[in-house]
Design a protein around this ligand. Structure first.
Ligand code: GRF
Length: 193
């Protein structure tokens, strides 16, 4: 079975959705590791409740990005991680992780990329008054939300929707889309063996 590591910085609702999909038998992976860069982030407690091995690190305690990514690379290699799943991880991935994990790091972003990359994508969409936004899952490259798109799903912004309404709709889509995309990558991987 494929081993995945989830990297997250915050609430962890997508981490939770992945774990629920695994428990339901809809996603055939072993979530072998949760990596978090924020002490006290709610996702850490979620991982502990699911008894997922957890690495919490403080980037400032390392000299530079290459140094902490080298440590994370070792954490992933020692657990035979096949795929890194970013779920609200608020840092760009550097070459130390990107090179050994080429095409094996994915991210979920709350907009229809290439529209509204970067922070607060939902707020950006809401303020720009678009009628359709959505969710994108993509491979990670060195840019900010720029790698090849794997799948997308649209979310309509109705007249009268508040920003919170849009956020709720986006999260519902994310929690269903991310486990499904991960599962589809496994199927592709199997068929190329
Ligand atoms: C999600 O909206 C995801 O698209 C973005 O960060 C958010 C993480 O939320 N990259 P959560 O921590 O999974 O609840």
């Amino acid at each position: 079975m494929m081993n995945i590591a989830v990297f997250a910085s915050g609430t962890g609702s997508n981490f939770d959705a992945i774990m629920r999909a695994v428990e339901a038998g809809d996603l055939d992976v072993n979530v072998a590791l949760l990596v978090c860069d924020k002490i006290g982030a709610p996702v850490i407690e979620k991982a502990q409740n699911y008894q997922v091995d957890t690495v919490v690190f403080t980037p400032k305690l390392y000299g530079n990005k290459a140094a902490y990514e080298h440590a994370l690379l070792k954490d992933c290699e020692s657990r035979n991680i096949d795929l890194i799943v970013l779920a609200g991880y608020m840092r760009l991935i550097g070459p130390t992780l990107l090179k050994p994990f080429e095409k094996r790091i994915i991210n979920i972003h709350p907009s229809l990329l290439p529209a509204f990359p970067g922070k607060d994508a939902i707020g950006q969409a809401f303020q720009s008054k678009v009628k359709v936004t959505g969710v994108t899952v993509h491979f990670v490259d060195e840019g900010m939300d720029t790698g090849p798109i794997i799948d997308q799903e649209a979310v309509r912004i109705e007249d009268g929707d508040t920003e919170e309404d849009v956020q709720t709709k986006i999260q519902c889509v994310e929690h269903e889309l991310y486990p499904r995309v991960i599962q589809s990558l496994l199927v592709k991987e199997e068929s190329t063996k």
